[in-house]
Design a protein around this ligand. Structure first.
Ligand SMILES: NC(=O)c1ccc[n+]([C@@H]2O[C@H](COP(=O)([O-])OP(=O)(O)OC[C@H]3O[C@@H](n4cnc5c(N)ncnc54)[C@H](OP(=O)(O)O)[C@@H]3O)[C@@H](O)[C@H]2O)c1
Length: 212
């Protein structure tokens, strides 16, 4: 696949490195051309502007802070209709101080990004920290991680599912973009627990007990 990565920070590095290692072609773009080029050099990829990333990739990873992500893709969509065809992976967490969603009361980040761009948005990879996505593979005692995916376009979901498998994880489609708001809220809740030193896994009984 040809993947345009918007952002050069932790998530861009973690997922971009994995996908480059799996044989995909990547173009990294950021507001710092120097950081984009350095990341491209480290992964055997290319770098460019946000516009070039959109032209390059049939798939785009949006790895910017949510507000910057929305501003950036809104401007890109206004400038060029290309974004409309693209599979746009939204890994953003619009989490503000107090682990509150800054999108609260609205349609949620993924839905807002889809409405602003017309892109085929898939919410994915937002629910865990970049340190986990850097593992090769991200698997633990219970086996490979499941990665929840939310999206309205079946082909886009299958494309992102393939990228999940490239990491050594298991794709778990959990619904459409309306469901993404639940995944975003769940992640805000998880982040709050982790930051207060609590293990969310202690909240959960074994599957059989919960479903008996
Ligand atoms: N890190 C995690 O563990 C994690 C996990 C799941 C989801 N996420 C989500 O993934 C997204 C990226 O997180 P990250 O940890 O990769 O962030 P990061 O390491 O801070 O990198 C952010 C990237 O966005 C760029 N950026 C910041 N403000 C910008 C603006 N106004 N306009 C254009 N570019 C801007 C930064 O450029 P500069 O380098 O020039 O500052 C950098 O390339 C966020 O939405 C975050 O909530 C993060």
């Amino acid at each position: 696949m040809r993947i345009g990565v918007l952002g050069t920070g932790n998530m861009a590095q973690a997922l971009g490195t994995q996908w480059a290692g799996a044989g995909h072609q990547l173009l990294f773009a950021g507001r710092s051309a120097v950081r984009a080029r350095a990341l491209a050099d480290r992964t055997g990829s290319t770098s460019g502007t946000f516009e070039e990333a959109v032209s390059f990739g049939s798939v785009l990873l949006l790895a910017l802070p949510y507000d910057a992500a929305l501003d950036t893709v809104t401007a890109l969509a206004a400038a060029d209709g290309t974004l409309r065809d693209r599979v746009l992976i939204d890994c953003t967490n619009a989490v503000g101080p107090g682990f509150v969603l800054t999108t609260e009361g609205g349609p949620g980040a993924a839905r807002t990004l889809a409405d602003a761009t017309g892109a085929r948005v898939v919410k994915a990879f937002n629910h865990l920290p970049d340190t986990v996505w850097r593992l090769t593979p991200p698997a633990f005692a219970d086996g490979p991680l499941s990665v929840p995916l939310c999206g309205d376009d079946a082909d886009a979901l299958e494309t992102v599912a393939a990228l999940v498998r490239d990491l050594g994880c298991v794709p778990l489609p959990v619904g459409g973009l309306d469901r993404a708001a639940y995944l975003e809220a769940t992640t805000a809740f998880l982040i709050g627990l982790w930051h207060s030193g609590h293990d969310p896994r202690t909240l959960l009984p074994p599957f059989a007990a919960a479903t008996a």
